[in-house]
Ligand binder design. Structure first.
Ligand code: F6R
Length: 357
């Protein structure tokens, strides 16, 4: 039920810190050890490459998941859009492990890949919000997102839950492989949950940002580098699916290779800057678009802010910045849709679970 919320989407955005805490609780025992199914641990330990298969928002979570698994557990990862996989099937490694990421567990494009790779005899793990769903039943292993029912068509809490569970999977694998980590992952996740909460407590700020910068624009751009780029892809998808503003997320460095031509007076450009090593480069992108009249908005992480007009989000561990960086984007999309009178929870032409290919 929506309770006092005007829309499920807003309620689900607000639930994200609680979902993080629930995931920590579900995946940690009383001695603060991770409790993951031993079979999943062995599957991760014995594979020589992970193939992540997903669609839409879940694909965007997979892009971040690749970084977790490669950086923490040292296993190479490929991420594939489910509907494209069979057209150009990658050359598979000797011991592949397929990881399906799906909130609903019913996405037909992902299922057809699952059927195909099962016929080839490869193991599969499904990360889903619906244990018992088709993708969960037909895979060898399941990890539960514990996000609670997601009703709004636009995925919010399932996306952040997917990234959190992927981080836990990567940490568990690192531990099994005796790779030392120089931070306490569960503590960092708890810090990220608090950071998310401080953002959902500042909703009016995003409402105002939309009023001040979006006007009647027909298009908007999200720019970021490194991990922020993946979050920008998700920010653009959120905005377009519920507000019908044409939105594009791209790597800051690609701006000068074409997209800069589209920047006009008052075009909204949202720049995400949460990574120290790309902070200066993304700032110069912001200057480039601002010089052409764009309404540039910088979302910066505490400690990296340079502009007085940047919206500053709390500092979290550098691997976990997507969990926090996406919240402003979800809220911007929400208010943009609201101000345009769109049906926030049920955008036109879209279904919550896409059971046709
Ligand atoms: C966007 C959105 C979709 C889904 C996609 C995959 O907000 O919800 O892009 O992410 O249809 O759905 P699942 O995760 O159920 O496989």
């Amino acid at each position: 039920e929506k309770g006092t919320y005007p829309h499920f989407m807003l309620k689900e955005i607000d639930e994200q810190p609680f979902v993080m805490r629930k995931i920590i609780q579900k995946y940690q025992d009383e001695n603060n050890h991770l409790k993951l199914d031993g079979d999943i641990r062995r599957a991760m330990q014995t594979c020589d490459r992970v193939y992540i298969i997903a669609a839409g928002t879940s694909y965007h979570a997979g892009l971040v998941g690749k970084q977790f698994i490669e950086k923490l557990s040292n296993i190479p990862v490929e991420v594939h859009v489910a509907s494209e996989f069979s057209y150009n099937m990658p050359l598979l490694s000797d011991r592949p492990l397929f990881v399906f990421i799906s909130q609903s567990g019913e996405t037909a494009d992902s299922r057809s890949v699952l059927v195909q790779i099962k016929e080839m005899g490869h193991p599969a793990l499904t990360i889903t919000n619906v244990p018992g769903s088709t993708l969960s039943r037909e895979a060898d292993y399941t990890l539960n997102l514990h996000a609670g029912p997601e009703i709004a068509v636009a995925s919010t809490k399932a996306y952040t839950a997917q990234m959190a569970v992927l981080a836990i999977l990567a940490v568990d694998t690192a531990r099994a492989k005796e790779i030392a980590l120089d931070f306490d992952p569960m503590q960092e996740l708890a810090i990220a949950a608090n950071a998310m909460e401080s953002l959902t407590d500042q909703k009016e700020t995003f409402d105002e940002l939309v009023r001040d910068n979006f006007g009647t624009t027909r298009n908007a751009f999200f720019i970021g580098r490194s991990t922020d780029y993946f979050v920008c892809l998700e920010g653009a998808l959120k905005l377009k699916e519920i507000s019908y503003i044409q939105a594009e997320g791209f790597a800051g460095g690609e701006l000068k290779h074409g997209t800069l031509a589209l920047i006009e007076e008052d075009t909204p450009v949202i720049a995400l800057a949460t990574q120290e090593n790309v902070n200066d480069s993304i700032r110069s992108n912001v200057q480039e678009v601002a010089a052409r009249g764009a309404n540039a908005m910088v979302i910066s992480m505490h400690g990296l802010e340079q502009d007085t007009d940047a919206f500053v989000i709390p500092h979290v561990h550098e691997l976990l910045t997507p969990l926090v960086g996406v919240v402003p984007m979800q809220l911007l999309a929400y208010y943009a849709a609201l101000h345009r009178g769109c049906d926030v929870d049920k955008p036109r032409n879209l279904a919550k679970s896409v059971t046709v290919e």
